[in-house]
Design a binder for this molecule. Structure first.
Ligand SMILES: [Zn+2]
Ligand SMILES: [Zn+2]
Ligand SMILES: [Zn+2]
Length: 328
């Protein structure tokens, strides 16, 4: 049978992979190749790692090939999996578990306009409104939690770190919106998590948060990667954040969705939206977003497909028009 050219790709069971990298010399080899930034010949690599015995060094190097280290001609270099290990180790060790206590940053709450405070804790930047109940009821005023590796705090003020966290998270969420795992690129499993008590008689939503689930909106997106450990939950519109209509309502008003001048302006559009549950089973929801007088409605079905969009331009706009588009 003819051999299959896998392009040098090999698979390794997770427990085997952990065993392979669970060794000081092998971690030293990965780090040396990562720091070199170029492929290295055997002797050069051995000297950098500081192992005298070529036989012993060769044994450890062989354990790493071909999954984490690739050998071409007489040179060794990191595979993508090897690079990821070095990235993860370096990202986690540049600073030792920094904590930043609640600090006011140059951002305002997209619900009420009050100042926003951030706290950095366990590699996440938590954002809190100082006045209103925020978005997620679990903690008073909580506007959300953005993941940021410790390296993100390096050489940045808290304000700058808060902006970096926004961009870092948004890039991930665009991958989630496209159904792609931002860690490993596998197809994500995604579904709608719907609070059945939201808007039910007797449920108090006076402060904007549901008494039962503690959250502002009834429909949430939950996602999980079947290949790696990435998983999470967020607002349902994350599922269609890269739809042209969603990008346009921001771009038409001069806002970059990824690295905006005003984070609050972008979040007001993305997070302060109206939600209408048109059908629970199967799920159909309509979401209404506003930006500077423009109103965009997006209807989504159970498969998280956008089935209809409608845009109403603000009255002050000389090109005022109503546009609507039905997909499928
Ligand atoms: Zn607020
Ligand atoms: Zn609820
Ligand atoms: Zn993954």
């Amino acid at each position: 049978m003819p051999g299959v050219d896998t392009g040098g790709y090999t698979t390794l069971a997770p427990e085997e992979a952990f065993a392979v990298v669970g060794d000081e010399t092998r971690i030293g080899i990965l780090q040396a190749l990562g720091e070199a930034g170029e492929r290295l010949p055997f002797t050069d690599l051995r000297e950098r790692v500081g192992v005298r015995d070529p036989g012993r060094f060769n044994y450890h190097l062989n354990r790493l090939t071909d999954h984490f280290v690739r050998k071409t001609d007489e040179y060794y270099e990191l595979t993508r999996a090897g690079e990821r290990i070095v990235e993860a180790v370096l990202a986690g060790t540049v600073t030792s578990a920094p904590v930043v206590d609640r600090t006011t940053v140059d951002q305002s709450c997209y619900f009420c306009g009050a100042p926003v405070e951030v706290r950095y804790y366990q590699e996440r930047l938590e954002r809190y409104c100082t006045e209103c109940p925020g978005m997620w009821g679990s903690q008073e005023g909580k506007l959300g939690r953005l993941s940021l590796p410790p390296a993100g705090l390096q050489g940045r003020s808290v304000d700058e770190a808060a902006r970096a966290a926004f961009t870092w998270q948004v890039l991930s969420m665009y991958a989630v919106g496209a159904g792609i795992c931002p860690r490993c690129s596998a197809p994500l499993e995604r579904e709608v998590d719907l609070c059945m008590s939201h808007d039910a008689p007797g449920i108090d939503t006076a402060d904007g948060l549901c008494e039962e689930c503690g959250v502002r909106h009834a429909a949430r997106l939950v996602f999980r990667c079947p290949s790696c450990i990435f998983e999470g939950r967020g607002t349902l519109p994350i599922a269609f954040n890269s739809h042209p209509a969603m990008l346009a309502i921001l771009a038409n008003h001069g806002h970059s969705p990824i690295a905006p001048t005003s984070i609050a302006d972008v979040q007001r559009v993305h997070s302060d939206y109206e939600e209408e549950i048109l059908s629970r089973e199967p799920f159909v929801g309509r979401f209404t977003f506003t930006a500077d007088g423009d109103t965009l409605t997006v209807t989504v079905n159970d498969d998280l497909e956008v089935v209809e969009t409608g845009l109403t331009r603000g009255r002050d706009d000389p090109d005022s028009e109503v546009a609507s588009e039905r997909d499928n």
